[in-house]
Every structure is written in C-alpha cells, then in structure tokens.
Design a protein around this ligand. Structure first.
Ligand code: LER
Ligand code: MN
Length: 282
C-alpha cells in the first residue's frame, strides 16, 4: 500500500477536509508538495477548481522535482463552486455535471491517475425519486467509467454518509450495484470517515467488497488524521492486506491542529502500520 495526502486548490473549500489548502503556512501547490515529500509521502491527491484550471504543467514539474505520484483527482469543486451534480432535476445541469467530471477524468488520466466522484453524485430530491436518481448515477458511471478506461484508468465512486447523499451510504450496497450493472471500470473509494458512520464493521466490509476497493480515504472517526480519533486502524490495515489491496491510503482530513501536524501524524501512523516505507527527506 502507498501513502498520499490531500491538496485543495479551491478557496471556497477552505473549510473542507483537506490537509493542504491554497493559503496558510503550507499554502499553495509548491509548498504543499515540498511538505508532502519532506515527510515521506508517496503521492498527493489534488482537489482542483476544474479541468480548465488544473495546473498540469506546474503539477508535472513539482511531482518530478519531489519524486511524488498523483494518487487521484477530486471533482467536488463542480458541486462546491457551481452547484452541479449528476442527479439534478434539470437535464442541462446533469449534462454540465458529466462534462465537468469528464474533463477531470481526462486531465487525471494524462497523469495516470483516477478521478473521484464523491459530492458530484448528488442526491434524490424534489421531483427526482431515488430510483430515478440512481438511474442517473448509473448512466453517468457507465459513460465516465468508459472514458476513464480510455486512459487505462478506473473511475472512483465514493459512497458518502447519510448527511451528504441518499444514494449509497454503504460500500456493500454500492458494490452490489457496480456488479449488477457490469460497471467494470468503476471501483469504490472507501472513505473511513463515512464508513465509520454507516458501516456495522469497517474491516469486515472491506473484506466483503474485496477487489472492488480502488482507493481509501484514511481518516479517523472525527475526520482528523488517523490516530487522533477513536478508530482502531489495526484491523482495517489487516483487512486491506487480506484482500491484497495495493492502492493508496490518502489522508482526506482536516488540517488540525495544523496542516503540517496532520500530515506528520498521518505518515507516522502509516509507518506504525508498516505502510509507506519511503523515508522522510534528510
Ligand atoms: C469527498 O472525498 C468526501 O469525502 C465528501 O465528504 C465530500 O467532502
Ligand atoms: Mn472522501
């Protein structure tokens, strides 16, 4: 397994669960990549404003300079900034949401990274029934999964807790739909913060969904860095080893008490579980 840490490039998401933000002590891409590399992370996960605003040249240069990988790219700014989502009652808004995500699938794909559908899944509300909303989501996952496959990538679908969506809150329910719908190019993003709210047994769920696990958001119960809440990470790491998971454990957590402290806590926690072997820079 490999370690990753989140970098948000969206000023409107400054309250969000990302370690590095555009401003602050390690503000901006360059300082965040330097801090991530110095602490020994393998990769960064980026939350950009849009595909058009994705600073590809700068990211490429910084990743090469610091020997970092790109773990994944988030699409949630389409919701945060533009209020787009895949289950909107207005077909034109749904189309814009797909277009927004498709652009990020392409820029991420150029870097050999997957895009994430989290907040952009939306929810069933108003005149859109849950069945109809799930239909919209499944159609979008077919289209965008096929687009990811062109880049040799998967598309990451993230079940969220009940306060953020009423589509899929539990990994097993989402896995069943991926199976039923033959969504071969879509894998699950297992965010331990959401799972801690919704699952009966996080480790058993990871074992049950097995090869569908495509990415993990490594967060404690209170969405702080792992070790700062009440999750027992040992059985979770053991479950991931049992299913042969080789992907990223990516810290999508609040920058508490500071960004650097959250990052340091994360990498020390991962090293404690014998994940993330890369040594810190001298
Ligand atoms: C995104 O990865 C996520 O977990 C959602 O809760 C949106 O913040
Ligand atoms: Mn997440």
């Amino acid at each position: 397994m490999k370690s990753a840490i989140t970098i948000c490039l969206v000023p409107e998401a400054r309250q969000g669960p990302f370690v590095f933000h555009p401003t602050g002590e390690t503000g901006g891409l360059a300082a965040a990549c330097r801090a991530a590399a110095e602490l020994g992370f393998d990769a960064v996960e980026i939350f950009p404003e849009s595909a058009e605003a994705f600073p590809a040249a700068e990211i490429g240069r910084l990743l090469r300079e610091h020997g970092l990988g790109l773990a994944a790219v988030g699409t949630g700014a389409g919701w945060v900034k533009q209020k787009l989502h895949l289950c909107h009652a207005d077909a034109a808004v749904r189309a814009l949401a797909r277009e927004f995500i498709a652009g990020i699938v392409d820029v991420a794909g150029e870097f050999g990274a997957p895009a994430i559908i989290g907040s952009m899944q939306g929810r069933s509300e108003g005149d859109v029934s849950r069945d109809e909303a799930v239909g919209f989501l499944v159609d979008a996952l077919h289209e965008l999964g096929a687009r990811a496959a062109v880049h040799g990538q998967v598309l990451l679908y993230e079940p969220l807790n009940r306060y953020e969506t009423n589509l899929f809150n539990r990994q097993g329910d989402a896995a069943a739909v991926l199976e039923l719908e033959g969504l071969r190019h879509v894998q699950l993003l297992c965010d331990l913060f959401h799972m801690n709210i919704e699952e009966t047994d996080v480790a058993a769920t990871l074992e049950a969904v097995g090869s569908r696990v495509g990415h993990v958001h490594w967060a404690d119960s209170n969405r702080r860095a792992m070790g700062l809440g009440h999750v027992n990470a040992g059985p979770i790491v053991a479950a991931l080893r049992t299913i042969g998971y080789q992907g990223f454990l990516s810290a999508e957590v609040f920058p508490l008490p500071t960004a650097v402290e959250a990052a340091r806590q994360t990498i020390e926690n991962l090293r404690g579980h014998a994940v993330a072997a890369r040594p810190p820079a001298a």
